[in-house]
Design a binder for this molecule. Structure first.
Ligand code: NDP
Length: 277
């Protein structure tokens, strides 16, 4: 709700991201939305925000909230890009809109791309039931391929330049490193994304690349996880975690991620979990 948001001012020590182009996918709700609100306070005037998701109304609502949060700290240009990242033309359009706006940006010193959007896919079934290659491809297209294509497109728009810090975050998961029965699509996608960004880090030494696993979060995704998981053991452990209050708020994990990014001491390409730092 507008006006009720109490930010956790990570930047209370005076640090910020400078004049930044920040792109967040999956900004309409959950972790992405929270990140947008926290990051908005850490950007210098003249910065530009691209908020990407399918739900235009929620993005525009967030845009209004960001304007309210930044009251007194003018100069943040926010663009809502309504796009289905599972669709090639939409991915191209996101990059196109960023390219078009890039020409208006002068003296920018930071690029921050947060690949946050993802889906669980069908978690009610086990690996042996995924006989339809189109179903698997559709999942991977959004959760893996689009993250690579979008990142590549954005890096093309903002090539290596001495005064420009470029940082790419992949919102990862414990599922990138640990198998969860009945979550074959999600675990596969998260593992692939981690490796994709590790390769990127190895190829581009000037780039800062982080695979960040945010911990269990009280979002729509976790609701789906605890109601639809086909594996009884996975389902009951998530239900227990939720009922015992072991789930994190988005703000808790946002604060940690933003501290890590501001401290800038991680090894590029590493997989960092909320509970590791
Ligand atoms: P939510 O399901 O709450 O939000 C997902 C976001 O992705 C929404 O903004 C949604 O917007 C967007 N999105 C979904 N499909 C598409 C699409 N086809 N095209 C564009 N955007 C899309 O998830 P969380 O906030 O919980 O998750 C955020 C990230 O954190 C994900 O990468 C997730 O894997 C990861 N994570 C989450 C955990 C948790 O416990 N919740 C644990 C570990 C990792 P819209 O519907 O408007 O398109």
């Amino acid at each position: 709700m507008q006006g009720e948001y109490i930010p956790d001012v990570v930047g209370s020590d005076g640090r910020d991201f400078g004049k930044t182009v920040c792109i967040i996918t999956g900004a309409s709700k959950g972790l992405g939305r929270c990140l947008a609100k926290e990051i908005a306070l850490l950007l210098k005037p003249g910065s530009m925000f691209f908020l990407v998701a399918r739900s235009g109304d929620k993005l525009r609502e967030l845009q209004a909230e960001l304007a309210a949060i930044r009251a007194g700290k003018a100069g943040l240009i926010t663009r809502c890009v309504v796009a289905d990242l599972g669709v090639k033309d939409d991915v191209d359009r996101v990059v196109g809109e960023i390219r078009e706006a890039a020409s208006d940006i002068i003296d920018m010193n930071q690029l921050l791309l947060i690949n946050n959007a993802a889906s669980l896919g069908d978690i009610s079934r086990f690996a042996k039931s995924f006989t339809d290659v189109h179903e698997v491809n559709a999942y991977l297209s959004f959760n893996v391929s689009s993250a690579l294509s979008l990142t590549a497109g954005v890096l093309e728009v903002f090539p290596r330049r001495q005064e420009l810090r470029r940082c790419v975050v992949n919102i990862s998961s414990l599922c990138a490193v640990q198998p969860f029965p009945s979550w074959v699509l999600y675990c596969t996608g998260k593992a692939a994304r981690d490796m994709m960004f590790r390769v990127l880090a190895a190829e581009e030494p000037d780039l800062r690349v982080l695979n960040y696993a945010p911990g269990p979060l009280d979002t729509d995704m976790l609701l789906q996880a605890r109601t639809e998981s086909g594996d009884a053991g996975v389902k009951s452990s998530i239900v227990a975690m939720h009922s015992q209050g072991q789930v994190l708020t988005c703000q808790q994990t946002c604060s940690k991620l933003l501290r890590v990014l501001l401290d800038d001491e991680y090894t590029s390409g590493t997989h960092l979990d909320y509970y590791d730092v």
